[in-house]
Write a protein that binds this ligand. Structure first.
Ligand SMILES: [Zn+2]
Length: 318
């Protein structure tokens, strides 16, 4: 009897073992956790919001370099082409205002993107609470998320951008004159900004200057005609939100001269990138970048002919 009980117990153990090992063979669940990351800059809370990722064929795209050189730099960074490229936007809670810098893609790009509003909610905010939205430039991956279908995604927000971008991308004459493969850039900007303009909620600005206490526009024309970075400052701490002054960290930190065809004026874009890098390295301020790997917060130091990037150390504000 005792022996029988022992062998029954063994059988149970074996059966349980079988069930457990079947469970261990479950398929990968895929996906990621909600994409937000918060940090404090002085008294300001700044939250990186992940809109998703865009696979970029950077070997084909990057200019003022060679595919072999790009390959070499990707390998050094343990990356393979195409490179999954983050699309980040940044929410700033100044204590008196909620300011969103860029708005993600909305539904203008594929299924790997368009998650900004979900991640904003996951971070504890509602789209209705956003007071102002500062646009770095009017490419679809920065303005598409202003709309949710045919509704304003941020119904109580005033949208601001440099008038040079508005004059260029919202011009019907420019859309008509654009080559077929460039028309979508104009259409994306118009679909995203025009409904705010029609509602009296689009207020362009003219060049550099403070937009709200602690956040200033800094003209960095080149990537687009009105491309603007935003300088955030609280209690002596500074962060530069670079927009699209760079796209591919593994290549453009070691070699800031490398350009991308999305640049309206690649030469000027490279000049602006080098200036922002040099200032960032010299002054040691934070960078927040749209297409750096999420969350896109970090610092840089100059090293040889280029720069080395130090991503934010994971922390929890408390
Ligand atoms: Zn972009």
């Amino acid at each position: 009897m005792h022996a029988l009980r022992m062998s029954l117990a063994c059988l149970v153990v074996m059966l349980v073992g079988t069930v457990l090992s079947a469970g261990a063979a479950a398929p990968p669940a895929k996906g990621q956790v909600p994409g937000y990351y918060r940090m404090m800059l002085g008294d300001f809370e700044i939250i990186a919001l992940n809109d998703g990722i865009l696979p970029l064929d950077v070997k084909k795209l990057l200019t003022n370099t060679t595919p072999a050189r790009v390959d070499q730099l990707l390998k050094r960074a343990y990356l393979t082409n195409p490179v999954d490229t983050s699309v980040n936007a940044f929410l700033v809670n100044t204590g008196t205002k909620l300011v969103l810098i860029d708005a993600g893609t909305g539904n203008l790009f594929g299924p790997t993107l368009g998650n900004l509003v979900n991640n904003l909610k996951a971070a504890g905010y509602q789209p209705e609470q956003v007071d102002e939205i500062y646009i770095t430039h009017m490419h679809g991956d920065h303005v598409g998320g202003l709309m949710a279908g045919d509704k304003l995604a941020f119904p109580n927000a005033i949208v601001r951008a440099d008038k040079r971008d508005a004059d260029f991308w919202l011009s019907q004459a420019n859309l008509d004159a654009a080559p077929a493969d460039a028309k979508d850039f104009f259409k994306g900007a118009m679909m995203s900004i025009n409904p705010y303009a029609a509602a009296g909620k689009f207020k362009p600005f003219d060049g550099s200057g403070e937009l709200t206490p602690g956040i200033a526009a800094v003209s960095t024309y080149g990537h687009t005609k009105g491309h603007t970075m935003y300088m955030i400052e609280s209690k002596g701490q500074k962060m530069a939100v670079l927009g699209d002054l760079m796209h591919v960290a593994a290549v453009q930190f070691p070699n800031p001269s490398v350009t991308i065809p999305f640049d309206t004026d690649p030469k000027m874009a490279a000049v602006q990138r080098k200036k922002a890098y040099a200032d960032g390295a010299r002054q040691g301020f934070w960078l927040a970048v749209a297409h750096l790997s999420f969350p896109g917060f970090g610092h840089i130091r100059s090293e040889g002919p280029g720069y080395v990037y130090y991503p934010v150390n994971y922390s929890i504000p408390r």
